[in-house]
Design a protein around this ligand. Structure first.
Ligand SMILES: Nc1nc2c(ncn2[C@@H]2O[C@H](COP(=O)(O)OP(=O)(O)OP(=O)(O)O)[C@@H](O)[C@H]2O)c(=O)[nH]1
Ligand SMILES: [Mg+2]
Length: 297
């Protein structure tokens, strides 16, 4: 246990479930339970920024925003020049949400723009199509408060699953995940999934620079290469409410593969160059409590 009560996870550790999930996940470590929030009644609660990328999600964005909890610091909708009423419907459902127009193209570019605009202590990414259940946000935040730097959703842990994943996508995700696990000696159970959370002070370590659906894979690999503590939490992916996917299983799968290989070729930063994230405890007197410093491992 660290001074601020967070459990120390080892570098690159992933926390897995102890029973097979609905999707037949492998056995692993006991499920990590979210801790009791640190005196949240006294205001000692990290500020949560939810980032939602949207591309023509006019029929979906309203219900998604309606489902979000009230006690968020900010909600940022990053729109990719939607040609429907996505932006108007977002503002109608949640007048306090911030609309950010992405500068480039693709989901990766949208998330990067959203991350740059975020001001909270913790960033949570979820999709605008209704597939992510905002009721799971406390599980992601709990893993971060328990000591993780990066808390990634997994549909393959007990309590997780999907009614949206096709066979082809599931097979591709498994194969790509296996490759990353072999190359980096990790034990990711779900590589390409859009529901994740991390401390905002991890952004420099992630150093994101990709435009498309490969963004989550890049985040996972960079987190491991940078020595961040990664925790997987179970997540259930629901069906998209309306409309069709923007993802192409073959072309986007190949983009993910190229990203994995490129990251492998570029190697890991030397230990001395890895950022060590040092955070003061989150408290009423230290509201954001986020400081990063570089130090050798
Ligand atoms: N701003 C922005 N958002 C995008 C872009 N491409 C996809 N998105 C959003 O990213 C999220 C994930 O995209 P989806 O099309 O749902 O991809 P998916 O989840 O793999 O596909 P489904 O399983 O069919 O939902 C959704 O909220 C999209 O609206 C883009 O180019 N720009
Ligand atoms: Mg989706």
């Amino acid at each position: 246990m660290s001074d601020d009560g967070r459990r120390a996870l080892s570098v690159g550790e992933t926390v897995k479930a102890d029973r097979p999930s609905r999707m037949g996940a492998r056995p692993g470590l006991p499920l990590q339970r979210p801790p009791v929030p640190p005196t949240s009644a006294a205001g000692h609660w990290p500020r949560l920024s939810v980032i939602i990328p949207t591309l023509n999600e006019g029929l979906n964005i309203g219900p998604v925003l309606d489902e979000l909890p009230d006690d968020l610091f900010e909600v940022i909708v990053v729109d990719g020049r939607s040609t429907d009423d996505t932006v108007a419907n977002a503002l109608a459902a949640r007048p306090d949400c911030r609309i950010v127009q992405q500068t480039g193209r693709g989901k990766g570019d949208a998330l990067t723009c959203g991350f740059a605009a975020a001001r909270g202590d913790i960033i949570i990414t979820l999709d605008a199509d209704g597939s992510a259940d905002p009721a799971e946000i406390p599980v992601f935040v709990g893993a971060l408060l328990a000591g993780a730097d990066f808390s990634k959703g997994s549909r393959h842990l007990v309590g997780g699953g999907s009614s949206d994943l096709t066979r082809l996508r599931g097979a591709g995700n498994r194969a790509l995940g296996l490759l990353v696990n072999l190359l980096y000696r990790t034990s990711f159970t779900d590589l390409c999934y859009g529901y994740n959370a991390f401390w905002r002070d991890c952004l420099p370590a992630l150093s994101l620079d990709c435009p498309g659906f490969e963004i989550e894979t890049l985040m996972n690999i960079r987190a491991v290469k940078s020595g961040l503590r990664v925790s997987e939490v179970p997540s259930y992916e629901r069906d998209r409410r309306h409309g069709t996917s923007n993802l192409n299983a073959v072309s986007d799968g190949l983009r993910v593969l190229r990203t994995i290989l490129r990251e492998r070729r570029s190697g890991s930063p030397p230990a001395a160059a890895r950022p060590r994230i040092v955070r003061a405890p989150v408290g009423a007197d230290s509201p954001t409590a986020a400081a990063s410093e570089r130090s050798p491992d």
